[in-house]
Design a binder for this molecule. Structure first.
Ligand code: ZN
Length: 248
């Protein structure tokens, strides 16, 4: 039985991107009705599956992506409950180790040490509001928390600004979004739990950028130093550095 949310169609009233804004009451009503449909129609058909999941999780990967409502990791990877250990925040940021003892760092350590995931995917996306804000710092003046958080993405802006010539002809937002993923992969490697397992070849890291409009994913190929399409042809692009130790 397929438990993934592939069959999910947009909720009633959202068959196409909503053009009119619904009021607060209708918004909540839609969410609650969705839950009721899940509980009465979907859940009973998959009871056994949920029973098996009830006492343990063994996710295939950790997935770090943006909080943007248009990105649904389980949908775009056709995953089921229990498959992905997901952490989301504005700008798919990974703070470097030691700076903030916050939610992302905690989730990384837990995923690697307690759950033993073999893959961590950092996934940015097209039309990202956070990346637009990084390109336009004055837009963040009224949002001091957003501004402080997105300092972790500043490195990407500097890289793009100082290397403008080599990305001529490409959209700055697109290049910045890719560079932000590369920067967050660098931050990810500063976490001791990640560094130790990368060094022994037990953990693999991936940097993706998902296009909302075309459903394409470009993945960072560390060896080639560029993003390549994640398609069925050829090898899967990897951002993982070479291991230096054998696992004990
Ligand atoms: Zn975003």
């Amino acid at each position: 039985m397929n438990h993934c949310i592939s069959g999910q169609s947009p909720s009633q009233g959202a068959t196409e991107a909503r053009t009119e804004s619904e009021n607060a009451e209708v918004a909540l009503q839609n969410i609650v009705e969705g839950f009721q449909r899940f509980r009465t129609e979907v859940f009973p058909q998959q009871k056994e599956f949920y029973r098996a999941l009830a006492s343990a999780q063994r996710p295939r990967a950790m997935f770090i992506t943006c909080a943007d409502s248009r990105i649904i990791p389980e949908l775009i990877t056709q995953s089921s409950p229990g498959d992905l250990f997901v952490t989301r925040n504005v700008g798919n940021v990974v703070p470097p180790y030691g700076q903030i003892n916050g939610g992302v760092s905690t989730a990384i350590e837990y995923a690697v040490m307690a759950l033993g995931v073999h893959h961590i995917i950092v996934c940015g996306h097209s039309d990202c509001g956070a990346m637009k804000a990084v390109m336009d710092p004055p837009s963040m003046e009224s949002m001091p928390t957003v501004k402080a958080w997105l300092r972790h993405a500043e490195v990407a802006r500097t890289v793009v600004e100082q290397n403008r010539c080599s990305c001529a002809g490409r959209d700055t937002l697109e290049v910045l979004t890719e560079e932000n993923v590369v920067a967050q992969l660098d931050h990810l490697r500063t976490h001791p739990s990640v560094a130790a397992r990368l060094a022994s070849g037990q953990l693999f890291i991936h940097g993706w950028v998902y296009s909302i409009e075309t459903a394409e994913i470009k993945a960072y190929d560390a060896e080639q130093g560029r993003f390549r399409p994640l398609d069925s042809e050829g090898s899967i692009p990897m951002a993982t550095p070479r291991p230096r130790f054998h696992p004990r």
